[in-house]
Design a protein around this ligand. Sequence first.
Ligand code: PMP
Length: 445
Amino acid sequence: LRTRLLDRQAQRESAARTYARSIPVAPVAASGAQVTGADGRTYLDCLSGAGTLALGHNHPDVVAALQQVLASGAPLHALDMITPQKDAFSEELLKRLPGTLNQQAKLHFCSPAGTDAVEAALKLARTATGRQGVFAFTGAYHGMTLGASSVSGPGRMRRGPAAFGPAEAQPVTRLPYPYGYRCPFGVGAEEAGRLSARLMESYITDPSSGVGKPAAVILEVVQGEGGVVPGPDSWLRELRRITAEHGILLVIDEVQTGIGRTGTFWACERAGVTPDILVTSKAVGGGLPLALIAYRPDLDTWQPGDHTGTFRGNTLAMAAGEVTLRTIAEQQLAEHAAKLGERIRAGLRELSQQYPQFADVRGRGLMIGAELVDPDAEADELGSRPGDPVFARALQVACLERGLILELGGRGDTVLRLLPPLVLTDEQADSVLGRIAEAAAEAAK
Ligand code: PMP
């Protein structure tokens, strides 16, 4: 069955399919952190729908909530009309929003993908400020639609928006992300954060820069697709100070980092920073498609119809999302993610003693990365070595052979990425580490 499914789909689907190539598993059943393939093999899932399944696969409370909606005869699709499920979801979300957005924010439901919520954030920022420009960061990933991809990369997107013709009127100024291991300024992450913020300030205040004041700055607190790169708290606070001072909107994309993933409910909370516009998707829908922005109420300047979309009110997604938000808070799964993440990172650091390919182990909570390098290549002045895509891919394949699903990311696909469900147990975490150790031994042969 597995071979038939994989072969047939390979013929039918587009050349752009990706996971189907890199992870040739045909999943037929799943529970918690475990997936069963059509070949009868079980896998530990450290990708969990690219971080979507915070409560793991088929969490009983999520399944029960979905069954209850189905049994009730509620409309499954209601455009963006109000339903009791949407009301309950909104109540739950508003309670969990960070800082001054808590209970105060306006919500705008989007077409159910992170990329559309990013589009909404950019459009709202332009509408509310009357300005056009956006500051974005190197290595960022905000989605695949033209607007979102224009604030992504370079260095992550294989082909930038230019490959599809110019994206109309999206003046984007790129700032260096404070990436400690591959530091844009040849200094550590903290200092790079300071320099990056100072560069931003000079673009805004120095007329000779030719840049001027943008509508917004968009960022990830921990870059995900860019290779699990955490931005220092001091950097985030400095950006908040500068944006507030100049009336520039701070847009934080928590599509991947949100809902407990990084050890706090929202990643921005660790630095005590609240964005003007918060972007969320993935885990917020409890595994079903849902995306939205939450923003300062005084920014609510747009008109009915300014950002619509057919699928903005999926009843099942609201129900699954509501249970997920509540369960994560009640069961303190963000705290669990913080602890378990440290345990896994400690294990990976231990492994790096034996395998110097694991050059930089990092991340926050259960968003974990390991930069994989060629230890024999020459190091730069900071001690960083070039990535090793061949080792990285061999490691991913060897993990899969040992029943462990994980992903590669980063500028050259040389960062091992783990995004397990937040319900991963200590025993499962140890099993993940054991399998990576065995896989490393094989890949290093
Ligand atoms: N922003 C971030 C930070 C993401 O990680 C992603 C998806 N990986 C997106 C936006 C785009 O979300 P989607 O794939 O649902 O469009």
